[in-house]
Design a protein around this ligand. Sequence first.
Ligand SMILES: [Zn+2]
Length: 136
Amino acid sequence: MALMKTLLTRLVLSNTYRATAVRFSSSEAKLTTSDDSPVEMENPYKKERRQCILCKLNIKPDYKNYRLLSQFQSPYTGRIYGRHITGLCKAKQDLVENEIKKAQNCALMPYYYKEKVFLKDPKLFDPENPIRSHRF
Ligand SMILES: [Zn+2]
């Protein structure tokens, strides 16, 4: 009877051992196949998304903030700089132009020159070196 018991336990043990061996070999096979496959990762050469300065700083142009708006105006003629100079996106450029016109109608900003007080404000862009060449 004792012999039967040991035989049985050996059988059970060998069965479990075989099962673990099979499991181990299958996991090893998975490991070897996954080692060769390309690793999922983000594109390291992905370019950073370009944003205009107002979008980057999350600024909404407003006619009451005429000091900011005056930075988009020529100091000599009072002309509103185009998109090829300001480098703004289409939506923000339209907003800036509308808000400048609103401020001019409210007499907060002059039409034909830049307010003398704002002449020394830091420049957001260089009007002498446009980002894109003029479209004409
Ligand atoms: Zn923008």
